[in-house]
Design a protein around this ligand. Structure first.
Ligand SMILES: [Cu+2]
Length: 171
């Protein structure tokens, strides 16, 4: 196949320009991701697991949160490595939340919330849920052990708004 001279030159210029175009795209995409940084989940390994991918959650557990300071159910059994969708359903007229952690971590955090009731916190292992609404946590329990989940809104934790999670080790 032969090209007239001008067409061939154009073709070559296109080939030369292409790598630049390809190189420019990832840069742009990266910039866009930064723009949405607040929505992105930071996957940090915690003693009680790591943020999970929604598509990997084969099981959804609904947890009802009530104004009489109860979480129902208040005990979960999980297999090590399982990704769970915890659906926190607020049945009350007060704001509630679910935070997953070690017993120690939650206690420390609850004390902090009591000292600073307006303190904002948001992590992939938490869901803050207004009255009548629901919120999801997708979490991969990749560490075996006994953990807890609780509502850390000032006074709720002390009133008993907490539950336990047992992550059973894979054989
Ligand atoms: Cu609460």
């Amino acid at each position: 196949m032969t090209y007239p001279n001008t067409t061939r030159r154009h073709f070559q210029l296109t080939l030369i320009a292409l790598p630049w175009a390809l190189a420019a795209n990832p840069v742009r995409a990266h910039g866009e991701q930064h723009g949405k940084a607040s929505a992105a989940v930071v996957k940090e390994q915690k003693p009680w697991g790591i943020a999970g991918e929604p598509r990997e959650a084969k099981r959804t557990v609904e947890i009802r949160m009530t104004d009489d300071m109860k979480l129902l159910p208040n005990h979960l059994e999980v297999r090590e490595g399982e990704t769970l969708r915890l659906r926190a359903v607020n049945k009350g007229k007060l704001m509630h939340e679910i935070v997953i952690g070690t017993s120690e971590e939650l206690k420390t955090h609850a004390d902090l919330m009591k000292k600073h009731p307006g303190m904002e916190h948001d992590e992939p292992y938490m869901a803050h849920v207004p009255p009548g609404r629901r919120g999801d946590i997708v979490w991969t329990f990749n560490r075996p052990g006994d953990f807890e989940f609780a509502c850390l809104i000032a006074g709720h934790f002390e009133a008993g708004m907490r539950g336990t999670i047992r992550v059973k080790p894979t054989a």
